[in-house]
Design a protein around this ligand. Structure first.
Ligand SMILES: Cc1cc2nc3c(=O)[nH]c(=O)nc-3n(C[C@H](O)[C@H](O)[C@H](O)COP(=O)(O)OP(=O)(O)OC[C@H]3O[C@@H](n4cnc5c(N)ncnc54)[C@H](O)[C@@H]3O)c2cc1C
Length: 312
């Protein structure tokens, strides 16, 4: 049996939302505890160049997250390397069980467990992640100005990403394993009319191919799911747009979720359906999914928590 620790504010997650909440909660003298989870620093630790974090024209994702952690600690947050395995929001104080055996009790909880892009799961995709393979057109489209891009997927996200990428690319090939898209009809019309977009129906991607030094993508191997025939589609950017999975496992039976698992918050706030429980970042956001929007919501969550605690 591990120790029991009480805190006024427990922050779960160490991405931009969690660390920003920790900075604000610390400066409000709430002595927050932040539990980092299995990916200290969050999603930005698996990317390279970030060019849209205000104040930095270029920053490496992992470096930015090291600085955010240092900032949160310097303001007084206690940053703990552990994973919350169980969270009970039905009692007061709230109770969180950690992987190491520590039990955290908290007057208020800020959920900032983020989301993960869904990937194809092929080894070559992993190898080229951040070097031509991406799951975020808003983040990485700018790097492929005048280049050929391939997008894979068939839902709204894939169509939105493909259309957005036409702002940069010379051509965008959208590969889908069926012969119709799931995306809304109005989006499909825009897609089919676009002169830079080419559809490759009934195909799946079996391999990302590229160079070793420097590491970079030169194409994807596409397999016809009907005939089995394979060919290489040349591209320098390969965008996987097959959806996102919000990390809402801890609260899925305790809080209302929507849009496929995102925690629902009151519009314009970070308040969830349980008073004293706040949610921020990609965990609640199926629309923007950016570091800066997550940080903004982290700030909101700390301010919402501070006001809620002041009233209780
Ligand atoms: C490859 C890639 C490149 C990107 N590039 C950019 C970019 O250039 N610009 C941009 O603005 N955005 C970019 N993004 C998006 C950006 O990373 C996210 O929008 C942002 O990180 C979301 O922040 P977050 O704090 O909500 O959660 P995340 O960064 O997802 O962090 C979630 C945190 O929760 C923790 N956690 C999860 N479960 C538990 C648990 N049970 N217990 C404790 N902790 C837990 C994890 O360990 C992690 O620390 C990129 C994303 C990816 C994947």
């Amino acid at each position: 049996m591990g120790e029991t620790r009480h805190t006024r504010v427990l922050i779960i997650g160490s991405g931009p939302a969690g660390y920003t909440a920790a900075v604000y909660a610390s400066r409000a003298m709430l002595n927050p505890i932040l539990v980092q989870g299995m990916q200290p620093g969050g999603q930005l630790t698996i990317t390279t160049e970030v060019e849209n974090w205000p104040g930095d024209t270029h920053v490496q994702g992992p470096d930015l997250m090291v600085r955010m952690e240092a900032h949160a600690s310097a303001m007084g947050a206690e940053v703990i390397t552990d994973i919350i395995t169980d969270l009970d929001l039905s009692t007061r104080p709230f109770v969180a069980q950690s992987d190491s055996g520590t039990v955290f009790t908290a007057d208020a909880v800020i959920l900032a467990t983020g989301a993960q892009a869904k990937w194809l799961g092929i080894p070559s995709e992993e190898k080229f992640k951040g070097f031509g393979v991406s799951a975020c057109a808003t983040c990485d489209g700018f790097f492929y100005r005048g280049r050929e891009i391939v997008v894979i997927g068939g839902g709204n996200t894939a169509v939105e990403e493909a259309l957005f990428l036409t702002n940069f690319a010379s051509t965008v090939t959208l590969i889908h394993r069926r012969d119709t898209l799931r995306a809304e009809k109005i989006m499909q019309d825009r897609l089919f009319k676009h002169p830079k977009i080419r559809m490759l129906w009934n195909h799946e991607v079996t391999e990302v191919v590229g160079t070793e030094a420097p590491l970079g993508v030169t194409g994807v191997r596409a397999r016809n799911v009907i005939t089995g025939a394979e060919h290489i589609v040349p591209c320098e950017g390969f965008f996987v747009a097959i959806g996102h999975a919000p990390a809402s496992e801890l609260v899925k039976d305790q809080l209302p979720l929507h849009h496929g698992g995102y925690v629902q918050v009151e519009p314009g706030s970070t308040r969830t359906a349980i008073p004293g429980v706040f949610a921020a970042g990609d965990l609640t956001d199926h629309v923007y999914r950016q570091a800066v929007t997550s940080a903004g919501m982290g700030c909101m969550a700390a301010l919402d928590a501070e006001r809620w605690l002041a009233g209780h």
